[in-house]
Design a protein around this ligand. Structure first.
Ligand SMILES: [Ca+2]
Length: 191
């Protein structure tokens, strides 16, 4: 018994001594307040500001078992109809491999929050048992949203980066990171 406790203490000490950057598993993306656009941005002309889906912060967490995305919204804006996350899981290959849609049903917020995964062809859905979706705050995700996906559904990648967009059926609201165009987050290694 004593031996187990000593081993545990040693392991804890080693974990505490490990350099912080060696097994980075969390990345935080901050995005400006007040930079969400109306869906009319597809029209020519300067973008107009929107009261919808203004992302302020995204936390990406990559553990041995799961990959999670936590989105925080500017509380002065309404939750978007949906979020789209493009996931790049293969550093050696151009472009994202996966497209993930999540959020709360725009017409029936009594339905449970959803998360669906597709290959980047936009057609093939990846069945993912164990993917979780949760609206944060009241009023259908007023504070933001959290999804958590088993790594096995992503092909057990060593690292992942994300382009996140909030939007409506007719257009996008906000990108994080990125303003007029989405940009990639930093790579998030498996912890
Ligand atoms: Ca924003």
């Amino acid at each position: 018994m004593k031996k187990t406790a000593a081993a545990l203490a040693a392991a804890t000490t080693l974990a505490l001594l490990a350099p912080a950057g060696a097994s980075a598993e969390t990345e935080v993306v901050t995005d400006p307040r007040g930079d969400s656009y109306s869906g009319a941005d597809y029209e020519p002309g300067p973008p107009s500001s929107s009261d919808w889906g203004d992302i302020t912060r995204v936390v990406l967490e990559h553990t041995r078992q799961r990959f999670s995305v936590v989105v925080r919204l500017n509380p002065a804006t309404y939750p978007p109809d949906l979020y789209e996350a493009r996931l790049d899981t293969r550093p050696g290959r151009p472009g994202p491999e996966l497209q993930v849609f999540f959020g709360v049903d725009a017409y029936d917020d009594d339905l449970p929050p959803y998360v669906t995964l597709y290959r980047m062809n936009g057609i093939t859905e990846i069945r993912c048992k164990g993917a979780r979706s949760k609206a944060l705050g009241s009023a259908g995700g007023k504070a933001g949203h959290r999804i958590s996906i088993p790594r096995s559904c992503l092909g057990n990648p060593r690292k992942v980066r994300v382009k996140l967009t909030s939007g409506q059926e007719h257009g996008y609201d906000d990108h994080a990171p990125g303003r007029a165009k989405p940009r990639w987050s930093p790579w998030v290694r498996r912890g």
